[in-house]
Design a protein around this ligand. Structure first.
Ligand SMILES: [Zn+2]
Ligand SMILES: [Zn+2]
Length: 90
């Protein structure tokens, strides 16, 4: 029920998500334990969007875009986002 546990489609694959689902940070080499809630999501949409990959990361590997619609992004997505939004100075 609610956001604790649900299934989403990502890159043609169904995965379990929600803050009740424990996982490991998806940054290669990082072993931080996280959950698949929105707080660990790259972007704001489970499954990804135009600006986000939909991956789940620890706090060290999420970067603030300072845009509420975009949310926090992983290293790869924030790099792409900043390239397209050079006025965003972080
Ligand atoms: Zn990403
Ligand atoms: Zn990490």
């Amino acid at each position: 029920m609610g956001y604790a546990h649900y299934k989403i489609w990502r890159n043609g694959q169904q995965i379990e998500a929600g803050y009740g689902v424990t996982a490991t940070c998806e940054e290669p080499g990082c072993r931080a334990e996280i959950d698949r809630g929105l707080g660990c999501l790259c972007g704001t949409e489970p499954g990804g969007s135009e600006t986000s990959c939909g991956g789940y990361y620890c706090g060290q590997h999420l970067y603030m875009s300072l845009d509420g619609d975009v949310g926090d992004l992983c290293g790869r997505c924030i790099t792409a986002y900043r390239r397209e939004h050079p006025h965003v100075d972080v």
